[in-house]
Design a protein around this ligand. Structure first.
Ligand SMILES: C[S@@+](CC[C@H](N)C(=O)[O-])C[C@H]1O[C@@H](n2cnc3c(N)ncnc32)[C@H](O)[C@@H]1O
Length: 202
């Protein structure tokens, strides 16, 4: 990880008020839509959204799911997520502090989602995070993020090299496989953005 958790949290809290407006790239929008689409919760499903930010995914799946828990390290982003839930009248979502490697949630969970957040971790930390998520035994994990499908063009990074640390698709797929999950769908949004769907092997 190129910055500490506190530095990441402060950075996002500082921009929480204008975060949603700033996420206007076609890649971000496509990725968020695909994560919601692939999460596809049933009416009795519990969903955990990690790195939930202002709740784009958590609020996006709330209507279809029974309950949703959003976890993030940034108090400012979580506050904005709660304001949005209130404004939209969404009552089955709970937002609170939690991190990838310690989600602060031990209830049963059916689906874990994460969008545009895990790339803040280094590759070993991503692997640890995927192991922690797998330990919660969801039947499905949907990860949308900056990820490399080939050699990224250094002249045109879709991320900030000073704070972000994206993995290759291969590193992520190996981590899911080693944690007992089968990668069942790969959506390539661009050569640097994609969505992986992993289902628990029973
Ligand atoms: C780019 S935002 C994405 C937010 C949201 N998922 C979305 O799709 O709009 C990244 C979020 O990840 C959070 N984050 C960064 N590192 C984290 C970690 N280790 N654990 C949990 N959240 C983290 C940040 O605080 C921030 O809210």
């Amino acid at each position: 990880m190129k910055k500490s958790l506190d530095e990441h949290a402060d950075r996002f809290s500082d921009h929480a008020a204008d975060y949603d407006e700033s996420q206007n790239s076609p890649e971000y929008r496509a990725c968020a839509s695909l994560v919601v689409e692939h999460a596809d919760p049933r009416p009795d499903d519990a969903v955990l959204d990690l790195g939930t930010g202002t709740g784009a995914i958590a609020l996006g799946v709330a209507e279809a799911a029974d309950s949703v828990v959003g976890r993030d390290i940034s108090g400012g982003m979580l506050e904005r997520a709660r304001e949005k839930a209130d404004a939209q009248g969404v009552e089955n979502v709970e937002f609170g502090e939690g991190r990838f490697r310690d989600p602060n949630f031990d209830g049963p969970v059916d689906i874990v989602t994460s969008n545009f957040a895990m790339h803040h971790l280094g590759d070993d930390e991503k692997r640890e995070a995927i192991d922690v998520i797998a330990g919660l035994e969801p039947r499905r994990i949907v990860l949308g993020d900056v990820m490399f499908f080939g050699e990224p063009n250094p002249e045109d990074p879709f991320y900030s090299p000073e704070v972000d640390d994206p993995a290759t698709v291969g590193v992520l797929a190996d981590a899911f496989t080693d944690a007992g999950y089968a990668v069942t769908a790969v959506e390539m949004v661009s050569d640097q953005v994609g969505v992986l769907v992993a289902e628990r092997r029973d």
